[in-house]
Design a protein. Structure first.
Length: 300
């Protein structure tokens, strides 16, 4: 495993931010989904604090509709690196009647994660949550600072954020507030993949081409997992060689046809792709401001 800090401005910036989090906050956590961005954060945290153990626990908000490969990878990583893991389940809030599950063709549990996240922050007293969001992903993401202050209701006001000039990061918060931290804000999807390639970082197998039972809807390819993914009777199941560019709730994350079986092939595919990564996330397409509204309510 390569834990040497390289001459990479993006890596340097991310490590600086992670060390600032450790210095300025009392109880931070890494928001972990099992996706490539949060896995990259874990590697960066290893480098930031090596040879010490990563000083932050992982926090996973589990929708219950995760890809099994992702959960298996998460548990393996936690065991290998001796990490502390907190998991909060959306299903618990559905069962308690706190949130209502969507039904039908475009149902998703993604928006239901907000309540579970806010509960986890309050229960564990986290004052900073480190996420893998990048500014190139979506317009609302592009408005984020490295240190994004949330009020005592967990809400985000994009017009009331602190300037960040000359790499000065202000982590001072009032009682009840917390901060979302985005160390890889300035990275692109290709930057992340190139870093994974360079560092030889292990990632879940669904990121590579594999044969899978799928069906098509609205020009997108969906995993034929009838327990989690709504499928109409006329939507026929076939087998295709596909991979996933992003890992989210299975019910709203589409695959792409691909023959990228290795990390080198994935990097080349991303270089030549005209489709954005979030183009395979149907919940982002609900409205022009879908992501921004969720963030204002306390989403990641």
């Amino acid at each position: 495993m390569n834990l040497k800090v390289n001459n990479n401005p993006l890596e340097d910036e991310a490590i600086y931010i992670l060390r600032e989090v450790a210095g300025q906050f009392e109880k931070p956590a890494i928001l972990f989904s099992g996706g490539k961005d949060s896995i990259t954060l874990v590697r960066l945290a290893q480098k930031a604090f090596y040879p010490a153990r990563i000083p932050f626990p992982l926090l996973h908000i589990d929708t219950g509709h995760n890809f099994p490969e992702t959960i298996a990878f998460r548990d393996k990583l936690v065991k290998e690196l001796d990490l502390e893991l907190h998991v909060h389940y959306v299903q618990d809030n559905i069962d308690a009647g706190i949130v209502k599950e969507e039904k039908g063709k475009y149902a998703s549990r993604n928006s239901l994660q907000t309540e579970s996240l806010l509960q986890a922050i309050e229960k564990h007293g986290f004052d900073a949550c480190i996420g893998g969001a990048r500014r190139d992903e979506e317009k609302a993401r592009a408005k984020e600072r490295f240190f994004s202050v949330r009020d005592d209701f967990g809400q985000w006001d994009e017009k009331n954020q602190r300037p960040e000039v000359f790499d000065m990061l202000n982590g001072k918060i009032d009682f009840g507030q917390n901060v979302r931290v985005f160390p890889i804000s300035n990275w692109t999807e290709l930057d992340v993949w190139s870093y994974i390639q360079q560092e030889k970082i292990a990632i879940p197998s669904i990121y590579f081409a594999h044969k899978r039972k799928v069906f098509e809807r609205d020009g997108l390819i969906w995993s034929a997992h009838d327990e989690y993914v709504y499928r109409e009777k006329n939507e026929l199941v076939t087998e295709k060689i596909v991979r996933f560019r992003t890992v989210g709730d299975m019910s709203c994350t589409a695959a792409v046809e691909s023959l990228a079986f290795t990390i080198d092939q994935v990097v080349e595919e991303i270089k030549n792709s005209n489709l954005s990564e979030r183009g395979a996330r149907i919940d982002d397409k609900r409205s022009e401001a879908a992501m921004e509204k969720r963030k204002q309510q306390g989403y990641f």
